[in-house]
Structures are given as C-alpha cells and as structure tokens.
Ligand binder design. Structure first.
Ligand code: ADP
Ligand code: MG
Length: 679
C-alpha cells in the first residue's frame, strides 16, 4: 500500500489530537510525513566543555544533571523549570518556560547531551530552553522541524523516526535506476533517512542533492506537460502576415532581434494552435514595436487585440505610441483604464462588444466582467511578471483560445526562466536599437551631492532631462511621501531654483501622475523627482541622467529597471548611484551595476543574492510551492533541466511504465500547489 494512503494515526502515539496538529503542517499520511523535511539542523557533532562556552554561541555540551528539575509558577501562570548541570570543567544553569514535562523527562544524576545558545544575564551564564538527548543516542546532526502549537520539533522527529522504519527495504524510486547511476544520485530510501537523521555532513549533502534534484525535475517535467496541453487546443488562425506593412509605419527600422521576434509570433498565429510566447528583452530593447506589429496583423486579419499593461502610465504611453503609429490606417485604437470617466469606459466597452474597435490598450479594467469582446484573437501583456497566471487566464477567457504574447523586461535568469515559463515559447530580443549608447554608471557618496546637482544642471542646460529617485525614509509610506515632496521642495528652493521640477510619488493621484508624466515627456520639466513609481516602462528618450539615492536599498534588478529609464534615445546617458553604505556585500552589488549593462548578468547576481521571490512579488509566478529545492540554486536547476531532457529523450514521454512513480510525483506536486493552468 502507498504510504500516502496510510494515515498517520496508524503510527504509535498519534491520536486524533496529534493528527489535528499535524494537519496544520499539511501532513495527513505517513508518506507526507517523511516528506516533511527539517527546516534546519542542530549540529551536535562536536561537544564543547562548559568552561569554553562564549556568550551568544550555540553549543552542544555533555553534562550531568546535578539537581532535579524544579518547577515554579510565576504570577501570570508562566511555569519556570530550572536545573543545574555539570561536566568536569564547570556547572551551568538551564531554564525552560512552560514545559512542565521537562521535570518528568530529565532524571537527576543522569548524563545527557544539551544543545542551545549561551545567554548571559545579571545572574550569570545560562542556557534557555536547550534541547537534549540521551547520551546513548550519540551525537549527530539533529533535525529541527517547523512546529505548530502543541507539537514540538522533538515529537515530530520521534514520529518521523517511526515512519521511516515503515519504509520497505525496496522502496519504489521515482527516478529510474539508470538515471540515478548516470547522475550520481543516491536512492530515495537512503535520501529520506539521511535528510531526517544524517550521520555526517556528507550524508546530509548527498540526501539533499538527491531530493532537490528530484523536486526540480518533477517541476520541470510538470511545466513541460502544461505546455503540451496548450498545444492540443485549436486556436484562431491569422494566416496573412502584415508585419512588412507595419514596418513601413515605423519611424525606424527594426533590429534583427526585433524582426526575429516578430517572425516567431507571425508563424505562431498563422497556424491552428494558440500562440503562447514570451518576448523577453532587456529594458529599451523595443518590445512595444513587436507587440504593435502583432496587434496590427491580428486586426488586419479581422480580430481584436487586447494589450494589457500593469500601470496607468504605461497603458497610456502604449496607447499614445500605437494610436500615433496607426493614425493613418483603418485600425481603430482605444484606451481602457480605471481612471477614465464612467461614461468613457462605457462607450469603449460598447464599441468593443460591437466590434467597432480593433485594438484596446488598458490596465486591469480590461479583465473585469464588464469588458466583453466581439472577436478577441490576441492578448498581449506587458511586464508579464506583474500579472499572476490567473489574470492572464482571465483575459484569455474573453476569447476563443486567443493567441497570447507576454512581454517581460525583467531578465529572469535563464535557468529559472525555463521553469517559470516552461509553458511558454520564448523569443529573446538580445540587441538594442543601434543608436543606443550604453548608460555610464558610477557610484558616489552623499558628500558628492552638490557636484551631482551641478552635473544634472549642465545636462539640463544642454537640453536633456533628469530623474532623481529620492531617498527613502524608513518609517513607512507616509513618511516616504513627505520625503519625496520635501526633497523636491528643497531642490526647487536651492540648487534647482531656476529649473522646472516635478514630483511623483505613490500617493500622487493617477490623473495628476498622467499629467506630470505627459508634461515631462514633452520636456516641460527638466527634472523629475520620484519614488520608484517610475520604475516600469516609462519612455522619455530625451532623459539622460538617472540619480538614485540610497541605492543600497534596492535590489539589482530594480536598479537595472530604474537605470533603463535613461539611455533610450541617441544621447549619452548616466546613472549615478548614491550610497554611503560601505559594507562588502553592498559594495559588491553596486559594483556589479557599475560594471555591466547586461540585464541577464544582473538578474543572475540578484538571484544569487536574494532568491526568486523578488522577481515576481508575492508568489505571483504561479509555481507550486517547493518542499526542499530553492529557485536560487542555479546548479540544481541546470542539472534537473539536463535530466528532464535526458528522460524525455530516452522515454519520449511520461507514459512509460518505468516512469509511473515519477508521473505520480508530477501529478501530486501540481495538485498540491493549486497550479493555475492557462486553460
Ligand atoms: P522596452 O523593450 O523597454 O519596452 P520600448 O519598446 O519602450 O522598449 O522602446 C524603447 C525606445 O526605443 C522607444 O523610444 C522606441 O521608440 C525606440 N525603439 C524601439 N525599437 C527601435 C529601433 N529598432 N530603432 C530605433 N529605436 C527604437
Ligand atoms: Mg516596455
């Protein structure tokens, strides 16, 4: 019988109450219990003498109980348990709170291992709430589990130990033996035993490597499976290629990379299956023109296109770009955003439903139920990582399997991208328009502000414009707002008294922001002081200086996005990072920024330093939750990728009997994660 079918109440000491506690950890079966991996380990492999303990250090000591454990109740109901232990070098008091069982578990005169942190207060050194084990158990590496009320790590460990004893000697292994041999992966049984109770660090590493690889492999295969599903549907056909006609409307010629991306898309939409394509291109690589070309082709083929942007500013900007490009054509373009007047929205929606509009550009207003299309054939989302998979799906549901094009300027590390976008085909725009000069980036301290201001003024005098991302203040958003305004006021009073300065921050009303951005784009302002609201997409080719205060507070990818606001025209542009923080990590991060303009390299560095969460905001990538693997582990990602290729090459697909268990794991992971597929 599968251990996933065996309820944990079959284990000794697990009654209804325990089962409810385990339920909180998502564990119901013996199988799930062995997959509840420790969140950390206590290293008991080296035992320290009491006389050598230092304040703040975490130690394992071998000591004898010199007193019985004494319980005393404090006012308020807290129970304090105290005991003193000794070894041949000294004595040490131990203290526990609200754990009356301690007095029953520890026996006076007996020797134990104790593990804990040494704290020192007015009464001297002590260990607070140390964990302990019988000396007969021997020292080793002890698992630490995530706990829940009433369920201690120790109890979990004991229950896991029982569960592991139930594993049959010949346990079925999802990874076929030949693959395991080839990639030096240990067997599942050994991995499970060693991940919970490793004897050595090497054993733990081996177990971890095996389990991480398996999890990423399962994820990898699952994402590829999703892609396969989408292939099965029939989509609308847009057989005629209008991209050449569109190019004639542009004021520039497309780069080769842009041409390739357009050609990929045109080929996709001509066939009978829905396109699912990611256009990945660094900031300023010209993704909008590619999207516009596709919208044009869709419209010319008799379908409607919806272009969704994450912010009002961006939607409006795209709307202006597209309506200008298409002004002398028969294509009808409209804008639909939340800030439009109710009557305007109503009118746009009516025209969309009647089929009187061809291309609609907008924000989330596009996906509300009120928006109905006459014949939606193409969906484009800009800055895709800002939208959840669910939102994408909602917009897609407004047509009959419309084609999907998602654009991302966040250069997601290649390895991660392959998994995250496993259900998408990818075109990469790896070339900037030829007139573009790389942005020069330098790091300066706050002491250089005057010089920096003088430089900005000289650029503005030469006709250019500048951004300053103002300093952040820690106490929360309202303080941040005040600081943007105060900072700008300060500049207007002094250094920039003779230059029109605008301010935009998180609390600026949408209409106001639109107006300011439009005026800035029209060069009505020389300087724009802003919080990070200008991060995404804003296109002002005349701007040549980006100053970022408190640069150390930003992630590298965010800095790269901000820097991408300049260097978009033919002018030499500059990015000045201001920071007074000199610790090694910060210095290294900022040095990467000064050294390279390569978004991919920056994304890789960022992933190494911060993990993937920051690329997507709160769990927006729509991937299932991982139990042990880490998206930042590039090596493991690459390995899993290679193994997935190998398996699909050898077995063609997951239906092979050899892969029965692996397929079951894929199904389980995707059920557990509540994955939103596109269909
Ligand atoms: P992103 O990829 O960051 O969205 P945009 O589409 O906003 O980039 O393009 C950035 C700027 O480059 C815009 O001003 C656009 O008009 C210009 N641009 C795009 N493609 C080309 C090209 N092939 N040649 C010259 N300029 C271009
Ligand atoms: Mg863009």
């Amino acid at each position: 019988m599968s251990l996933y079918k065996k309820p944990i109440t079959d284990l000794k000491g697990v009654g209804q109450k325990r089962a409810e506690q385990f339920d909180k950890l998502g564990v119901h079966s013996v199988g799930e219990l062995v997959n509840l991996y420790p969140r950390a380990y206590e290293d008991w492999t080296s035992v320290e003498k009491i006389e050598n303990l230092q304040e703040g250090g975490t130690y394992c000591i071998r000591a004898t109980l010199g007193t019985a454990v004494a319980n005393s109740a404090k006012w308020g109901g807290t129970v304090i348990s105290k005991a003193t232990v000794y070894d041949d070098t000294g004595t040490l008091p131990l203290v526990w709170f609200n754990n009356v069982y301690i007095s029953q578990m520890l026996v006076y005169g007996k020797e134990y291992f104790f593990f804990g942190k040494l704290t020192v207060d007015a009464y001297g050194p002590k260990m607070i709430a140390p964990t302990f084990a019988d000396v007969s158990k021997g020292v080793g590496i002890h698992p630490v589990y995530k706990t829940t009320a009433g369920l201690s790590s120790k109890t979990i460990a004991g229950t896991v130990e029982q569960a592991l004893a139930l594993l049959p000697e010949q346990i079925g292994d999802p990874i076929p033996a030949d693959i395991r041999r080839k990639y030096h992966l240990c067997g599942l049984r050994q991995a499970l035993c060693d991940i919970h109770f490793p004897k050595t660090h090497a054993a733990l590493e081996e177990a971890r490597r095996r389990l991480v690889t398996e999890e990423l492999l399962v994820l990898n295969l699952g994402m590829r499976g999703l892609r396969g599903q989408n292939r099965g549907m029939s989509g609308v056909q847009m057989p005629v290629d209008y991209s050449a006609a569109f190019e004639k409307l542009l004021p520039f010629t497309l780069t080769n990379a842009q041409k390739r991306a357009v050609a990929d898309c045109v080929a996709d939409i001509a066939g009978g299956t829905p396109m699912n394509r990611l256009i990945q291109g660094d900031v300023g690589s010209g993704k909008t023109a590619v999207a516009a070309s596709l919208c044009f082709t869709a419209a010319k083929n008799g379908f409607q296109a919806a272009f969704m942007a994450p912010t009002e500013i961006l939607a409006r900007q795209h709307y202006e770009t597209l309506s200008k490009l298409l002004q002398n054509t028969d294509i009808r373009v409209a804008l639909l955003t939340g800030s439009l007047k109710e009557s305007e929205k109503k009118q746009v929606r009516a025209s969309l439903e009647a089929g009187d509009l061809d291309v609609v550009i907008g924000t989330h207003a596009l996906i509300t139920d009120k928006t109905v299309f006459h014949r939606l054939g193409l969906v484009v989302t800009d800055e895709q990582h800002r939208f959840g998979v669910a939102q994408r799906a909602k917009l897609l549901s407004k047509g009959e399997n419309p084609h999907l094009m998602v654009m991302s300027a966040t250069p997601i590390p290649r390895t991660l991208g392959l998994i995250i976008f496993g259900d998408l085909d990818i075109s990469i725009i790896d070339e900037l328009p030829p007139s573009r000069k790389p942005v020069r980036t330098v790091l300066r301290g706050t002491a250089d502000r005057k010089k920096i201001y003088a430089f900005i003024k000289s650029e503005i005098a030469a006709g250019r414009q500048a951004f300053i991302v103002c300093p952040l203040i820690e106490e929360g958003e309202t303080a941040g707002v005040a600081s943007a305004e105060e900072y700008a006021a300060e500049l207007m009073l002094h250094d920039f008294a003779d230059i029109p300065v605008a301010v935009v921050h998180g609390k600026t009303k949408a209409e106001e922001k639109e107006r300011i951005m439009a005026d800035f784009a029209a060069n009505q302002y020389g300087l724009l002081v802003a919080t990070t609201v200008i991060e995404v997409g804003v296109d002002v080719p005349n701007a040549s200086v980006m100053v970022i205060e408190n640069a150390e507070r930003f992630g590298l990818s965010q800095l790269h996005q901000l820097r991408g606001r300049v260097g978009r025209g033919q002018f030499q542009s500059y990015c000045i990072l201001i920071s007074d923080v000199h610790n090694a990590v910060t210095a290294e991060r900022l040095r990467v920024m000064c050294e390279t303009n390569d978004g991919f390299r920056i994304a890789d560095e960022d992933l190494k330093m911060r993990g993937p969460g920051d690329f997507f905001g709160e769990r927006q990538h729509g991937l299932p939750q991982l139990a042990i693997a880490d998206f930042a582990d590039t090596k493991a990602l690459e390995l899993s990728q290679r193994i997935a290729d190998d398996i699909l090459f050898t077995y063609h697909d997951l239906r092979n009997d050899e892969l029965r268990l692996l397929k079951a794991e894929v199904d389980r992971l995707f059920r557990r994660g509540g994955h939103n597929t596109l269909n």
